[in-house]
Design a protein around this ligand. Structure first.
Ligand SMILES: *Cc1c(COP(=O)(O)O)cnc(C)c1O
Length: 423
C-alpha cells in the first residue's frame, strides 16, 4: 500500500501538540508556496494568466496573504469573503466575484471594491444595474448543459443551478454591450475534484469556440477566459496527481487553433482553483480519545465532522497516518469516528490501521481545502484552531479555536431572566 508523507517528524509533531491542544488544522507554508509557483509556471505560456484562489476553500487571511505574495488573486462568492479579501489587502481586479443567487449588498460591495463581477444569471444584469450600476468589465458564467458530463460533487450541468444557457450568453453580452459595457470575460465551472487533464482541455475548447462565435456575432472583444476551479487532488495514496503539463499542452494547442487563428489573441486565461492550491498541504491533527469494541471496532477521536465534513458529506476518502506507528502492521480494522450524534460522523469506515490506543496522535491528510471552512456548530461542536508551519520550521497560530463564549455570543441570557413563561 503506498503511503502519504508528512511534512513533520513525530518529534516535531509531539512538540506542536504539547503547545497546542488537539484538534487543530495545520498548514504547510513551504509546500503551499512551491505548489503555487509550479501552478503558475504550468500556465505561463499564456501571457496574463492569473489564478484567483477560491477563498471558500480556506478562508484564512494568513493563507490568502501567502498566495497574494505568490501572485494570486482571490475568488470570492459572498459578502463575508469580499470583506475578508479587503481586510487582507486584496481589492480591485485582484478579486473575481463568482456568486449565485446573489444578495444586493454583495453586489454593492463587489462593485465598490471594483472586483471583476462574474454574473450567474441573465436576470442579474438588470438587478445589478438597478442597485449598483453596470461595471465597465463584466463576466458571465456559462452552463454548457448537456454538452458536458458532470461529476458526483457538482452533479450534471443540466441539473446544476449555475450559469447562463448558450442563448442567454449571446443575449446577455448584447444587452451589456448596448448599455456601454466595453470589457468582457467568460467563465465556466462544471467539475469538482476532477483528476482527468483532458476534462479541462475539453472545457477550454467549449469556451474558446464560444468566444469566437460571440465575438463575431456581437462585435465585442474578450479580455479573459476563466476556466474555473475544480482541479482535483489525489486523496487516495494510489491515485496520481493530475498532469498539469498535459492539460496545458492541450489548452495551448487549442488556443493557437481557435483563439489565435481567429484573430482573437491575446486573451488572458484565468483559473479559480481552491482544492488544488491548498488541499494536500493542510492536515487535521487529532488524538484517539476512546477505543470501542462492539459489533465493530471504533476509534473515537477528539475531532468530529465539524472539523472535516467531507467523509460524512460525500463519502470522501481521507488518508490517515498514525505518526510513530507508520511501520507497525496495519492489521486492525476500525471505523474512525467523531463525537457527533450522527452515525455518519466517521472519518473512515473499515480502515486498516495499526492497533490504536487512547492518546495516539492521528493525522488526517488533504484537509487543506474545504476542510476547516465547512465546519459548523451542530451539536454544540466548536471549530478548532488553525496553525501554520512556516518555512523556517516555526509554528504560528493563524486562527484560535472557538470557545463556548463564541458559541453563546448570539444568545441573550439576561433577556431570559426577564422572559415570562406561562404555566
Ligand atoms: C468552489 C468554487 C471554486 C473552487 O473549487 P475547487 O474545487 O476548490 O477548485 C471555484 N469557483 C467557484 C465558482 C466555486 O464555487
Amino acid at each position: 500500500m503506498p503511503e502519504k508523507k508528512l511534512p513533520f517528524t513525530k518529534k516535531k509533531l509531539d512538540a506542536i501538540m504539547a503547545e497546542f491542544p488537539t484538534p487543530f488544522h495545520l498548514y504547510d507554508e513551504k509546500a503551499i508556496r512551491e505548489n503555487a509557483r509550479a501552478f503558475r509556471k504550468a500556465f505561463s505560456w499564456n501571457q496574463g494568466f492569473r489564478e484567483f484562489f477560491a477563498v471558500k476553500a480556506a478562508p484564512n487571511p494568513y493563507l490568502m496573504k501567502i498566495l497574494q505574495a505568490e501572485g494570486f488573486g482571490a475568488d470570492c462568492s459572498s459578502l463575508a469573503e469580499l470583506m475578508l479579501a479587503r481586510k487582507t489587502g486584496i481589492t480591485g481586479e485582484d478579486i473575481m466575484f463568482s456568486s449565485n443567487d446573489t444578495p444586493a449588498e454583495d453586489f454593492l460591495l463587489a462593485k465598490k471594491l471594483r472586483a471583476i463581477i462574474n454574473l450567474d444569471d441573465i436576470n442579474h444584469i438588470p438587478f445589478l444595474e438597478k442597485i449598483a450600476g453596470l461595471p465597465e468589465l463584466i463576466c458571465f458564467r456559462y452552463n454548457p448543459g448537456p454538452l458536458k458530463k458532470g461529476n458526483v460533487i457538482i452533479g450534471h450541468p443540466e441539473e446544476a443551478k449555475y450559469g447562463f444557457t448558450r442563448e442567454q450568453l449571446f443575449e446577455g453580452y448584447r444587452i451589456c454591450r448596448d448599455k456601454g459595457v466595453r470589457r468582457f470575460g467568460i467563465h465556466t465551472m462544471v467539475a469538482s475534484n476532477e483528476l482527468d487533464a483532458q476534462y479541462f482541455v475539453e472545457t477550454a475548447e467549449i469556451l474558446f469556440d464560444l468566444v469566437v462565435q460571440i465575438s463575431h456575432a456581437l462585435n465585442i472583444r474578450f479580455e479573459f477566459i476563466n476556466i474555473g476551479g475544480g482541479i482535483g487532488i489525489p486523496y487516495r495514496p494510489e491515485q496520481e496527481r493530475i498532469d498539469l503539463a498535459a492539460m496545458n499542452r492541450g489548452i495551448q494547442e487549442l488556443y493557437g487553433k481557435i483563439i489565435v487563428a481567429n484573430g482573437m489573441a491575446p486573451i488572458k486565461l484565468f483559473a479559480e482553483c481552491g482544492r488544488y492550491i491548498t488541499g494536500p498541504y493542510g492536515y487535521l491533527v487529532a488524538r484517539v480519545l476512546h477505543i470501542k469494541d462492539t459489533y465493530k471496532k471504533f476509534a473515537g477521536l477528539d475531532a468530529c465532522m465539524a472539523n472535516l465534513m467531507r467523509p460524512a458529506l460525500y463519502g470522501a476518502y481521507h488518508h490517515i497516518t498514525i505518526p510513530g506507528k507508520e511501520k507497525t502492521p496495519h492489521d486492525v480494522m476500525y471505523d474512525v469516528t467523531g463525537s457527533l450524534c450522527e452515525n455518519n460522523d466517521k472519518f473512515a469506515i473499515d480502515r486498516m490501521l495499526p492497533a490504536l490506543a487512547p492518546g495516539d496522535p492521528v493525522v488526517i491528510h488533504d484537509a487543506g481545502a474545504h476542510g476547516f471552512s465547512m465546519g459548523f456548530n451542530y451539536n454544540g461542536k466548536l471549530r478548532s484552531a488553525e496553525l501554520l508551519l512556516r518555512e523556517d520550521g516555526s509554528v504560528v497560530q493563524i486562527r484560535r479555536a472557538e470557545t463556548v463564549d463564541d458559541y453563546f455570543a448570539t444568545l441573550d441570557f439576561k433577556g431570559l431572566k426577564k422572559f415570562e413563561v406561562q404555566g
